[in-house]
Design a protein around this ligand. Structure first.
Ligand SMILES: CC(C)(COP(=O)(O)OP(=O)(O)OC[C@H]1O[C@@H](n2cnc3c(N)ncnc32)[C@H](O)[C@@H]1OP(=O)(O)O)[C@@H](O)C(=O)NCCC(=O)NCCS
Length: 191
C-alpha cells in the first residue's frame, strides 16, 4: 500500500480543545513534570523522570523516530492554558507491512475528560488517511483499565495476551495486544 505521508513537514493537528504539535526545546519543563509523576508511568515500561536530562532524552527520542521515519510523537497542548498536558503518537513503523504501534500518555489532572479520546481520533485519522497504514496495534498492561477502555472506545480489538512480555518495575509483566485494521476503521468511520 502506498504511503502518502513523506516525513518532511511535521503534521500538526488541531481538535476542539487541543493542539497536537511537534516537540520543541521549550517543552522540557512540561514534559519533565508530566513524566516525573509516578501515576503516568505506572503501567508503562518507563521509570518516573528524576532529572530534566530524562526529559531531554525523551525529547531526543521524539525527534529521532521522526528523522528515522519509524514513528512520530505529537505533544498535546491544551488550547485554553497553552500547557503541554500529554503526548501521543506512533512507534515501530514497519512500512513493508503497513503496520504501526500507537502510544499515549496524559497528565493525571486531565484524566477522565475525554482528552485522549479526542487526541487519539486525530492520531488514527492521520494513521489511516495520511500515513495510509493497514494495521495499528497497541500493547497494554492488563491492569491499565483506562487505556483498555480507551482502546475499546476507539474500536480496537483484543487479539492476545503476550505472557511475561516485558521486564519492568522489577518484574515480568503480561501485555495485551490490541489492533485496529483499516477495514475496521472504514466500517466505523465510512466518510
Ligand atoms: C490511558 C489514558 C491516556 C486515558 O486518557 P483519558 O483522557 O483519561 O481517557 P478518556 O477520558 O478519553 O477516556 C477513555 C475511556 O477510558 C475510561 N477511563 C478513563 N479513566 C479511567 C480510569 N481511571 N479507570 C477506568 N476507565 C477510565 C473513560 O471512561 C472512557 O471510557 P468510556 O468511553 O467507556 O466512558 C490516561 O489514563 C493516561 O495517560 N494514563 C497513564 C499513561 C498510560 O497508561 N498510557 C498508556 C500506556 S498503554
Amino acid at each position: 500500500m502506498e504511503q502518502a505521508f513523506s516525513f518532511q513537514k511535521f503534521p500538526c493537528r488541531e481538535t476542539k480543545r487541543l493542539i497536537l504539535r511537534k516537540t520543541e526545546k521549550r517543552d522540557l519543563q512540561d514534559i519533565y513534570e508530566m513524566y516525573a509523576n509516578e501515576e503516568v508511568v505506572k503501567h508503562t515500561p518507563m521509570d518516573a523522570f528524576i532529572t530534566r536530562e530524562d526529559a531531554w532524552q525523551e525529547m531526543i527520542w521524539h525527534w529521532e523516530i521522526y528523522t528515522q521515519q519509524i514513528g512520530l510523537r505529537w505533544l498535546i497542548e491544551d488550547k485554553e492554558s497553552g500547557k503541554v498536558i500529554g503526548s501521543c503518537g506512533y512507534l515501530n513503523y514497519l512500512k513493508e507491512h503497513s503496520r504501526i504501534e500507537i502510544g499515549y500518555d496524559l497528565a493525571p489532572s486531565f484524566w477522565g475528560r475525554g482528552i485522549m479520546s479526542e487526541a487519539a481520533e486525530a492520531v488514527l485519522d492521520f494513521g489511516f488517511n495520511d500515513l495510509n497504514v493497514n494495521r495499528i496495534v497497541a500493547k497494554v498492561d492488563p491492569r491499565n483499565k483506562a487505556s483498555i477502555r480507551l482502546l475499546s472506545r476507539l474500536g480496537f480489538m483484543e487479539e492476545s495476551k503476550l505472557r511475561e512480555n516485558v521486564f519492568e518495575k522489577e518484574t515480568f509483566s503480561d501485555l495485551y495486544l490490541y489492533s485496529l485494521l483499516r477495514s475496521d476503521y472504514m466500517d466505523r468511520y465510512p466518510d
